[in-house]
Write a protein that binds this ligand. Structure first.
Ligand code: ATP
Length: 199
C-alpha cells in the first residue's frame, strides 16, 4: 500500500489539499482526527491522564480538558514528554488501522506533525504544502478570527519552512487560488496512481 504523507504549517492548505484528494476517490487518514479519537470519553488513555495529572483533567462530560492539558504541557517539558510517550503510539496505531482499511490505489496521511514524529516512517513520500509566511498568517487569521500576533507566535513555534522543504519529495506552492491548488493536486494524483501501480 502506497502512503503519501501530506504536511505543512498552520493554515498552509493541508485540509484544502487533502479534501481534494478525497474528492478524487483517495482515502485520507487525518492524524488530527486520530489524536482526538484516542482521548475520547471512556478510552483507556484518559484514565491514565487522570491518574497522572489529577481528575481535574477530565471534564464533567467525560472528555479531556484540553485547555488545562495545553497549559500544563506548555509549562513543563517533562509533562509534555510524558503525554507524548502515552499518546504517540496510540495515535500511530489508530492511523495504521485507518490506512489498513483503505481501498483506494494509494492513501494520504495528513498530519501537521508528520516530520516531527515517527508518523513519517509510515509514508513512502512526503508532500509539503508550502506557502509564503505572510499569506499563511493572513489566511489563518481570516479562518480562525485570531490576531496577527497570535498566529505569528504559532508559526514561530512550528518547524521552519526551510526545514520542512528539505524533507519534501513533492511540494505544492499554495500561493494562488483554490482552482490552482486543485490542479496541482490532480497532477500529483496522476503521478501517485502510476507509482501505486509499480509499488
Ligand atoms: P491547520 O494546520 O490549521 O489545520 P491547514 O493547513 O489544514 O490548517 P486549511 O484549513 O486547508 O489549512 O487552509 C487555511 C485557510 O486558507 C482555509 O480557510 C482555506 O479555505 C484557505 N485556503 C487554503 N488554500 C487557499 C487558496 N489557495 N486560496 C484561498 N484560500 C485558501
Amino acid at each position: 500500500m502506497l502512503v503519501i504523507g501530506l504536511t505543512g504549517g498552520i493554515g498552509s492548505g493541508k485540509t484544502a489539499a487533502s479534501d481534494h484528494f478525497e474528492k478524487l476517490g483517495i482515502t485520507v487518514v487525518d492524524a488530527d482526527v486520530a489524536s482526538r479519537t484516542v482521548v475520547e470519553p471512556g478510552k483507556p488513555a484518559l484514565q491514565k491522564i487522570a491518574e497522572h495529572f489529577g481528575p481535574d483533567m477530565i471534564l464533567e462530560d467525560g472528555g479531556l480538558n484540553r485547555a488545562m492539558m495545553r497549559t500544563r504541557v506548555f509549562a513543563t517539558e517533562e509533562d509534555r514528554l510524558w503525554l507524548e510517550s502515552l499518546l504517540h503510539p496510540l495515535i500511530a496505531e489508530e492511523i495504521i488501522g485507518g490506512l489498513q482499511n483503505s481501498q483506494s490505489p494509494y492513501s494520504i496521511l495528513v498530519s501537521p506533525l508528520l516530520l516531527e514524529t515517527s508518523q513519517a516512517t509510515l509514508a513512502a513520500r512526503i508532500l509539503v504544502i508550502d506557502v509564503p509566511v505572510d499569506l499563511q498568517v493572513e489566511r489563518t487569521m481570516t479562518r480562525d478570527n485570531n490576531s496577527e500576533e497570535q498566529v505569528r507566535a504559532i508559526v514561530a513555534a512550528q518547524s521552519d519552512r526551510q526545514q520542512r522543504l528539505e524533507k519534501a519529495d513533492d511540494v505544492i506552492v499554495n500561493d494562488r487560488d483554490l482552482i490552482h491548488l486543485h490542479q496541482e493536486v490532480e497532477k500529483l494524483h496522476q503521478n501517485y496512481l502510476k507509482l501505486a501501480e509499480i509499488s
